[in-house]
Design a protein around this ligand. Sequence first.
Ligand SMILES: O=C(O)CCC(=O)C(=O)O
Ligand SMILES: [Fe+2]
Length: 420
Amino acid sequence: MEKNIECFHEATFIDQDGHPRTTRVPVVQELARSEPDDEGRVEELAKLASVAKEWGLFLVTEHGIGSDMLNGVKDVVKGFFALSFQEKKQCVGSYVSVDNMGYGRNFVKSEDQPQAIENYVEEARNVLDELLIALAEALALESHVFLRHFDSNNSEINVRINYYPPCPKPDLALGLTPHTDASALTLLMQFETTGGLQILKDRKWLTVPWTDDALLVNVGDLLEIMSNGRLKSPWHRVVTQMNVERFSVALFYNPPSRAEIDPEPIEDLVHEYEGFKKVVVSEYLQHFYAISPTKEKQAIMYAKVMKQTPFGLRETERDNFDKWDKWMKIGNDGVKTGCPDLLGIRLRPVGLMGHARHNLLGRQTMSGQLIWEGGLGLCQAVHRAGLWGAGLVGRAWPAYRPHHLGPAWHAILTGFGPTF
Ligand SMILES: O=C(O)CCC(=O)C(=O)O
Ligand SMILES: [Fe+2]
């Protein structure tokens, strides 16, 4: 897929294990402003489909919002953070519990939005609407399937402005804890630095290389639900930096709070047993903030459904996730108490195999030992295929189908495993 993407922003950095890594984040150009019959749109749509599915995040440089407008926003944001603590405190909305959001995660609510922000938000709404159309087209869906949930009068755009002061010990403090956004789409601008934002990709944190005046778009949970999982909201966080301060402005675009989001049906076989149910936007948001922050991508399990499988298994992903969480604890304890690597495979994915055995045997509980034994066969297969994690097990399937293990492995393929 990646071969279709010609334009990336690239940066090299040292990862947590001390290894140099190069991150490439796809840049989608022109698209938001192109007309349906523009030359190049088809190409851009193909690119968009590829990056949106694979990353859930991309940069837009040709967004059409002028530097003057962006500079106006920057001035307002800097002005706000230059206020005294007391003055700033008066602007913090009462609807967010500061305690459960962590450092750097407070919403700022201002009744009188400065004009520069108002203007920016209205421009951004056009870009976001056009991107929602483009994303639908990119997925070969009717162009208004996402946008139809929005209403230009009642769809909120929540603005969050973030300030990450320089941190003397960046390895000890995060700027923003890992999370997905609850929104449908998030539009981000940042300034004073190009680093800070990281996304989890292939189980590694990658720093998003982000150039000045490019806007970053990321898929939120509500769009993952609307798209019935075709698009995935990325797990992301912000790291602090030594001697570097960072500002960002996040616009969260949501359908009206009373809107019901009904996921676009999927015909294809792989998804036959998994999908999302209809949710009311306000109820989803309430759930999201009630349980945040979480350690894994958990809030969206609220909206996941498992349909009847040919093997008579009927469980919600949410139930499964709770069990998985419990077994993970067993697995992690195992690691701590010195469980040996199995063929170089750490215990954690072996625990996942135990999870699959659970479905096969229909057991309610499972010992750590069984987790290790249960997983070995398929773990080897996954390992050999160079793949990792629950979502990937399915992909290893055709080449390594362990017939003797029976149909429960099929349950993994169809999404019983937790997704990362
Ligand atoms: O500061 C950033 O770049 C990210 C902010 C963010 O993820 C959020 O506010 O949800
Ligand atoms: Fe976020």
